[in-house]
Each structure stands twice: as structure tokens, then as C-alpha cells.
Design a protein around this ligand. Structure first.
Ligand SMILES: Cc1cc2nc3c(=O)[nH]c(=O)nc-3n(C[C@H](O)[C@H](O)[C@H](O)COP(=O)(O)OP(=O)(O)OC[C@H]3O[C@@H](n4cnc5c(N)ncnc54)[C@H](O)[C@@H]3O)c2cc1C
Length: 387
């Protein structure tokens, strides 16, 4: 390997884009291959917590995102029928003071566009669907659907829940359908909000389903909802399907008038399968390493899936800087040792769907600072036991 390894990142989602930005800043030689011909502003919102904002500060887009997003003073949890407050978690100025950065909600497409724009021109190669990856020992060969072949010294699989790199490391296995789907809709904030004003960030809970709603712009003129609704069967060939106001009315029949106001004013709504995997037995082998949903896809019920992908990207960059990107075996072991426990904990709580349903202290999650958390040593490889 030359003194500067060529790093190929597969996938320019939020995890891959963060890795590219941070690694380029660290002076590493990075190229990103993305299957999509371009990105569009899909109808979805996203929470961005202080744990992520500290990384965006390093990338240089914290101020722009702060200007774009909505800054809720509280996360409310409310009873599905009465609207009674079940939990009220302080965010706003409290988050800035206590966790070191703001907590905001924003349009996912706007956030992603800022991330992609932060990358040096030409770093992302679009329309490159990875078909096969082969670790040849001294180099990795990447074969794309358009018939082209590229080489790299290290490959980062940031290619999402159906990761080709994960399949190469662990064998092809589809993710598990979690038995829930999520309706997603973004539309102009309705004038009439029913019996309660719209909270800037609220999750409505019943025993078996929920609806999370928040604004996706600083002006609060666009609102978003995302649900979790149990549905036994889903054809895994469809990542999402169109839904309708009628379907929403049926799923949320009898819910509070403020929920009904949102359903009545929905313009377009889609429904997405929720997919997950058990924690993986390994995150890397040889010259291949995973991050984000490729490694630990989860139900979105902590609103921390992309956050974990971005934290992974920052920790992997830190590990490259710590031991040198040429020492990739050590860097990958250090990375896994410092990410697996936290990512698995977030996966577990997301699966259980208990996060902030009642008043609890979220500081272990929001207060995390990937750049300053003390590093733990990788576990030593087990000595072979003599026969
Ligand atoms: C309903 C819902 C709501 C959510 N809400 C939140 C939230 O509020 N906050 C939060 O932090 N997270 C949220 N998440 C989770 C979040 O969306 C994911 O965890 C996050 O997108 C993972 O990022 P990633 O970069 O790892 O993967 P992805 O975003 O899936 O990106 C993978 C990229 O790789 C590309 N790719 C895939 N295969 C190939 C290939 N073979 N060759 C080339 N390119 C390829 C894809 O086109 C894509 O661009 C939510 C998820 C869902 C389903």
C-alpha cells in the first residue's frame, strides 16, 4: 500500500457523506461511489441531536443547519386520546447549555443537500451501483453495474440496510421486517390545529402505535409526521408504497383532534417498512469495514439511526488519525471497540420503542462527544488454545 491509502466509500447517504467530509478534512484520499443518479428532496423529516450537531460543527455546516431547522423547546409525549402530557423533555437553550449544541428538526432532503454540498467537487461519483467487491489481500476490486471496475486500498460500506459490503463480509441475508410500518408525510402547516396548538416536537402514544410530529423548517411553515403502526406482513421487495388519508383515518380512528387535523390536511403520504438486524458479529474484515445502516439498521424510534451513522463516520476518522490509515487492521479494531456497544444500545432501545415516553434523562445519548470521549482499547485477538 502506498503512503496514502485510497479509500472508497460506497454510498453517499448521511453516513457516507459525513465520512467523506471528515476524512477529506483529515487529508485522507477519499472517493465516494453512489448508485443514485442524483438526490431529490424526499418527503421526510429528521431529528438532529446535539451529539450530531457537534460533528456538523467540525464539518462546517452547523450554522447553516441551525438556520434551516426548527428548534423545539421540548420533546413532548402525549396520550393518544386525551392529549395529556406523559413526558416533557427540555431541549432548546437547555440542550445548548447542557449537551453542547442544539437539538433541531429539519427536512431530511435539506440536511442531506447541505452535507453533499460540503464535499469537495467531484468527490462523489453518481450513478455507480456496486455489484461486487473483492478483497484481493493487497488491494480491493470494486465492480459496478455499468461494467466499470475500480481499485481501492480500503473500502467503507456505507451502503445502507441492504448493504452489498455486509453481504460480502457475512453472506447474503435480508434484513428482518420488524412488523411495523411508518407513514411519512410533509405538508404546509395547517391553519386549524384542533383542540391543541401544534407542538414543535411531539410523539402521540397509544399501546400499540404512535405518531411523531414536528416542523421541518425554521419558519415552521412545513410540518411532518411519521408513524409506527403494526402490520403483520410486508413484501420485502417494496421499500415503500403510497398510502392515503383514508388509510391514516382508519389507523388513527378515535385519536385526538390535533392528530385528526394533521390527517385531514395531509397532501401526500407514503408508508415504509421498518427493517432491522441483530448486532453483527463483526464490523470489518481485511480491507472492508461497515458503518451506519449497513452495520446496525434499526427501527427509527429513537430518531438516532442517521445519528449513529454520522457518529460512526466521525469515530472511524478519529481512529484513522489515531493510528494512521495505513494501519487499517488496528484502526478498524479500535473503531469497532469504540462504537459497537453504543450502537447496539441504541438499536435495542429503538426496537423496544420506549425512548422519552416517560420523563427520563437523555444525556448519555445527546451529551456524547465523539471527538473527546475517552477511547477504549480493542479486545486482544484470542490466542489459539493448544490441543
Ligand atoms: C421512517 C424513518 C424515520 C427516520 N427518522 C430518523 C431521525 O429522525 N433521525 C435519525 O437520526 N435517523 C432516522 N432514521 C434512520 C435513518 O434514516 C437511517 O439510519 C440513515 O439514513 C442511515 O444512513 P446511512 O448513510 O447508513 O444509509 P442510507 O441513508 O440508507 O444511505 C445509503 C446510501 O448508499 C447507496 N447505496 C446502496 N447500495 C449501493 C450500491 N450497491 N452501490 C452504490 N451505492 C449504494 C444508497 O443509494 C444510499 O444513498 C429514520 C428511518 C426511517 C425508516
Amino acid at each position: 500500500m502506498s503512503s496514502q491509502p485510497r479509500i472508497a466509500i460506497v454510498g453517499a447517504g448521511l453516513g457516507g457523506a459525513a465520512a467523506a467530509a471528515l476524512m477529506a478534512q483529515a487529508g485522507l484520499n477519499v472517493r465516494v461511489y453512489e448508485q443514485a443518479p442524483s438526490f431529490s428532496r424526499q418527503g421526510a423529516g429528521i431529528h438532529v441531536g446535539p451529539n450530531v450537531m457537534k460533528i456538523l460543527r467540525q464539518i462546517g455546516i452547523e450554522d447553516a443547519l441551525n438556520a434551516q431547522g426548527s428548534h423545539p423547546d421540548y420533546w413532548y409525549s402525549r396520550h393518544w386520546e386525551t392529549g395529556d402530557i406523559l413526558a416533557q423533555i427540555p431541549l432548546g437553550d437547555y440542550a445548548v447549555k447542557t449537551y453542547g449544541a442544539s437539538y433541531l428538526t429539519v427536512h431530511r432532503g435539506d440536511f442531506h443537500a447541505l452535507m453533499i454540498d460540503a464535499l469537495p467537487d467531484g468527490m462523489v461519483v453518481f450513478d455507480k451501483h456496486l455489484k461486487q467487491v473483492e478483497d484481493l489481500g493487497h488491494v480491493v476490486r470494486l465492480s459496478f453495474s455499468d461494467g466499470t471496475v475500480e481499485e481501492a486500498d480500503l473500502v467503507i460500506g456505507a451502503d445502507g440496510v441492504n448493504s452489498c459490503i455486509r453481504d460480502t463480509l457475512l453472506g447474503a441475508e435480508p434484513p428482518k421486517y420488524a412488523g411495523y410500518l411508518a407513514h411519512r408525510a410533509v405538508f404546509p402547516t395547517p391553519v386549524d390545529s384542533g383542540a391543541l396548538p401544534f407542538d414543535a416536537c411531539v410523539k402521540w402514544w397509544s399501546e400499540d402505535r404512535h405518531m411523531m410530529t414536528y416542523f421541518v423548517t425554521g419558519k415552521q411553515d412545513e410540518i411532518y409526521y411519521v408513524t409506527g403502526v403494526p402490520v403483520e406482513q410486508w413484501d420485502l421487495n417494496d421499500r415503500w408504497l403510497p398510502s392515503s388519508r383514508e388509510e391514516m383515518r382508519e389507523a388513527f380512528s378515535g385519536w385526538h383532534s390535533t392528530v385528526q387535523a394533521l390527517i385531514d390536511n395531509t397532501v401526500e403520504v407514503t408508508k415504509w417498512s421498518l427493517l432491522e438486524r441483530d448486532p453483527l458479529p463483526l464490523w470489518s474484515r481485511g480491507r472492508l469495514v461497515l458503518l451506519g445502516d449497513a452495520c446496525h439498521p434499526m427501527k427509527p424510534h429513537m430518531a438516532q439511526g442517521a445519528a449513529m451513522a454520522i457518529e460512526d463516520a466521525a469515530m472511524l476518522t478519529r481512529c484513522f488519525k489515531e493510528v494512521g490509515a495505513n494501519h487499517h487492521t488496528l484502526a478498524f479494531a479500535l473503531y469497532e471497540a469504540n462504537r459497537a456497544e453504543r450502537a447496539s444500545k441504541v438499536q435495542r432501545i429503538s426496537h423496544d420503542n420506549t425512548w422519552l415516553r416517560t420523563n427520563e434523562d437523555p444525556s448519555w445519548c445527546f451529551g456524547y462527544d465523539v471527538f473527546n470521549v475517552p477511547l477504549v482499547e480493542p479486545k486482544k485477538a484470542q490466542e489459539p488454545v493448544a490441543a
